[in-house]
Design a protein around this ligand. Structure first.
Ligand SMILES: *Cc1c(COP(=O)(O)O)cnc(C)c1O
Length: 355
């Protein structure tokens, strides 16, 4: 990608690369040397820079800390066999970030700042992109309020930062999930479609309860009737029943518009695989599990890509899913997405941007 935005760079005096064990990457623990920072002051984005990754100085009255005006994105860069760095669908993350910003009364971030900041950061820290199947560089752009003011109102100042983390596989084995029918992640009219901090804070308590009972994640249901499956913690979910894939629609405003979800839907279209965007009810799911017509269930998200589900708890009862065969849709779609991301197969939808 050609770069035009002039971004001053302050390089780290001592890279943490030598101390990083690339053969044993724990998701989100290692952070690369540099970060991109921009400030929103007096109605405009200014003071772009790339500097060593370091703690921030914040006022105790910082509005984010109290009222949670904070949004984020997550995307990945991959290394191909030639050692080039490929970024997957960054334009979609940029536009989704601006949708989150609007819902949270935050300023939008111009495409040039998002893209150039990210690309120039990736160029500088390209040695941090791991090679090898399943490994990638997780990119975390985020924006938060910077006013030092203890009243509830939209902040006037904001900070936008991008940092990156080398990561391995998020879930290395199939996951167990529980259908949640007491707690709620999102309600119509709420913030479920925004990638905003508070959604995740509110999900911790029910998720921890489920983890104590031996489940990796929850399957959230709608907040009104708890009868319709919505999504999982940081993944959208898809079910294949009687040859047809079913995934929740995204127009309710309660579901995060996953880019992996969108990519899987596109591939299903390309392959003439039947797919319905509609709510699967809990009772339909229960029936399919009882009758053995649920062929596959999987989560879709940037961190996990495709997470196979092996066990589902519905209404207090555990059901095991059939093991994933090599010709299953989820295996095929994972292989296709990996092929595109690592540059080993054609990219027919122009999803890849080269650094
Ligand atoms: C980020 C996220 C997803 C997945 O979105 P991708 O763009 O595919 O990574 C799904 N659900 C929630 C709640 C999320 O935060």
């Amino acid at each position: 990608m050609k770069t035009s935005l002039a971004i001053p760079v302050e390089k780290t005096a001592s890279s943490r690369l030598p101390q990083t064990d690339f053969s044993n990457l724990v998701f989100g623990k290692s952070i690369s040397d540099h970060m991109f920072v921009a400030d929103y002051i007096n109605g405009e984005w200014t003071d772009f820079k790339i500097e060593p990754y370091a703690p921030l100085m914040l006022s105790p009255a910082n509005a984010t800390l109290h009222y949670g005006q904070s949004i984020f994105e997550g995307l990945k860069a991959y290394k191909n066999d030639q050692g080039e760095i490929l970024v997957f669908r960054a334009d979609a993350n940029w536009s989704r970030m601006n949708e989150s910003a609007e819902r949270m009364c935050m300023p939008s971030i111009p495409e040039e700042i998002f893209m150039e900041g990210m690309m120039q950061l990736l160029e500088l820290d390209k040695a941090w992109v791991p090679s090898g199947k399943g490994s990638s560089l997780y990119i975390r752009p985020f924006m938060f309020a910077m006013d030092d003011y203890i009243g509830v109102k939209p902040s006037e100042k904001y900070k936008f930062i991008i940092f990156t983390c080398p990561v391995g596989n998020y879930y290395s084995k199939p996951v167990s999930v529980k259908v949640e029918t007491v707690f709620t992640r999102a309600n119509e009219g709420g913030t479920g479609a925004a990638k905003t901090a508070g959604n995740y804070a509110a999900s911790l308590y029910p998720a921890r309860k489920a983890q104590k009972d031996g489940y990796d994640q929850l399957l959230w249901t709608d907040g009104k009737s708890h009868s319709k499956i919505e999504e999982s913690g940081t993944m959208n979910v898809m079910f294949k029943i009687n040859g047809k894939i079913i995934t929740a629609p995204i127009d309710s405003g309660t579901i995060l518009k996953g880019i992996t979800r969108n990519s899987v839907i596109q591939l299903a279209k390309d392959w003439n695989q039947e797919l319905e965007e509609r709510f699967l009810t809990v009772s339909e799911l229960e029936t399919a599990l009882k009758e053995g017509t649920l062929e596959e269930a999987f989560g879709t998200g940037t961190a996990a890509t495709i997470a196979h589900i092996e066990r589902i708890n519905v209404n207090g009862k555990d059901y095991s899913l059939p093991s994933i065969s090599s010709n299953s849709f989820s295996k095929k779609v994972l292989a296709e997405l990996d092929g595109i991301k690592y540059g080993s197969i054609k990219d027919p939808h122009n999803w890849i941007i080269k650094v």
